[in-house]
Design a protein around this ligand. Structure first.
Ligand SMILES: *Cc1c(COP(=O)(O)O)cnc(C)c1O
Length: 411
């Protein structure tokens, strides 16, 4: 990163430098109005044929979030979890800022390498990998991966014998995560020693330990328990006479804002308590949501309308099969607001907003108060970067990848 000018580094960085980047003025007091202004100008200057749903990525938010990460977790390098939002400009911006990457598949590794990221800045953080993907990792020199089963050790030995391992531990229960990953991944306490032994017998080096408390965790005290269990695993490896572990991967689960501040306070405290005697420890994290969520705003166009008595029903050109799949897959609570500035004292109607497909499940909000809007107007959805476009489909011929992403930065 270019000293004190991170935004400059981002604009000249991979995934961004060849893109058209719009700039706009930030109004600290009226944060939401700022992006609305940019969206208005995009709408006004696009031809009628181009007028369909789009996202705006504000790179300045990414820079701010990166800065906040570094100051709250000094020395903890973030490895951005690409699955959360693989948009090139976001990944490239984070690369320019100095992040590493958590990749879970061959295609994610390829995409990150194509941006010029070094293989050593990638953790292949999928505890169960298809063999051809693992062979690819070996080929390109991505040499750090997670595991939580003896079968995976055997597979890694076969396909990528030079790989180092991170033992993925099951996070403690009770984190009230939006999505609990512990149902699927992570060694239980009594599996730790047998899994360390399995790696030892196979002659694979266990470089450290990882965990993930679940995405969107709201009860941040789980980090303390997870760090305590991680220390127990370090000690178990020592007792088995294994080479000293050196990496602690605290995973993801962070949401930017007040919960991040609380979580990092707990983490720093627990790191001092349980790992204070290991000054050479390398601590890394795998944030996804933290960097992506607030950096994207969706503008969706109203393409249909029905008036039923006092109620209003609208159709927009994005829905639960598109980037708004986060409503079903990630428990996103949509709070759309009209792009048009509301007139003082304007009456609202109980409204339903549908997505464009013929499925009735494709409903965005119901019983929601909106002023009267017309076909051709726009609805804005904030915080639309995490687990949105990444998981959309082409159902009914509405292709999520047709949703354009405008790259911008506010200042
Ligand atoms: C999904 C995932 C992440 C990112 O999680 P967030 O909650 O978005 O921060 C990090 N690490 C692993 C292994 C994951 O599966």
């Amino acid at each position: 990163m270019d000293g004190g000018r991170p935004m400059q580094a981002v604009l000249l960085g991979p995934g961004v430098k060849d893109r058209k980047v719009l700039s706009f003025k930030r109004d600290a007091l009226k944060e939401k109005d700022t992006v609305s202004g940019l969206i208005r100008s995009i709408v006004a200057t696009s031809s009628p044929a181009q007028r369909s749903a789009f996202h705006v990525l504000d790179l300045a938010k990414v820079v701010d979030l990166f800065r906040a990460w570094c100051s709250a977790l000094p020395g903890v390098r973030p490895y951005y979890a690409v699955k959360c939002n693989p948009e090139q400009a976001l990944v490239g911006a984070l690369a320019a800022l100095g992040a590493g990457f958590d990749c879970a598949s061959r295609a994610e590794i390829e995409a990150v390498l194509a941006l010029g990221v070094q293989p050593r800045s990638i953790v292949y953080a999928n505890p169960c990998k298809p063999e051809p993907h693992l062979e690819y990792a070996a080929e390109v020199g991505v040499n750090l991966t997670t595991y939580d089963s003896a079968e995976e050790v055997a597979k890694i030995k076969r396909c990528h014998p030079n790989c180092e391992l991170l033992l993925r531990l099951k996070g403690p229960d009770g984190g009230k995560a939006k999505v609990d990953l512990g149902i699927k991944y992570g060694a239980l306490a009594d599996e730790v020693v047998p899994l360390l032994r399995a790696a030892q017998r196979a002659g694979l080096n266990v470089a450290g330990v990882s965990f993930h408390v679940g995405t969107g965790a709201s009860c941040i005290d789980v980090y303390r328990g997870a760090i305590e269990s991680a220390r127990a695993a370090f000690d178990a490896a020592n007792a088995l006479g294994m080479p000293p572990m050196r990496i602690l991967d605290i995973g993801g689960g962070f949401t930017a804002g007040a919960t991040f501040d609380e979580a990092t306070a707990v983490i720093n405290d627990a790191l001092a308590q349980y790992f204070g005697d290991l000054p050479c420890l390398e601590v890394i994290g795998e944030p996804g949501r933290y960097f992506a969520e607030k950096a994207f705003t969706l503008a969706a166009r109203v393409i249909g309308k029905r008036t039923r008595g006092e109620g209003r029903e609208y159709w927009i050109d994005d829905g639960v099969y598109g980037s708004l799949n986060c409503i079903l897959m990630d428990y996103y609570v949509p709070r759309p607001r009209p792009l048009a500035t509301p007139r003082p004292g304007e009456k609202t109607h109980t409204s339903t907003v549908f997505g464009p497909t013929c499925d009735s499940l494709d409903t965005v909000v119901t019983g929601y108060q909106l002023p009267e809007i017309s076909v051709g107007d726009w609805l804005i959805f904030d915080n639309m970067g995490a687990y949105t476009t990444a998981a959309g489909s082409k159902f009914n011929g509405f292709d999520t990848s047709d949703i354009k992403i405008y790259v911008a930065y506010s200042s």
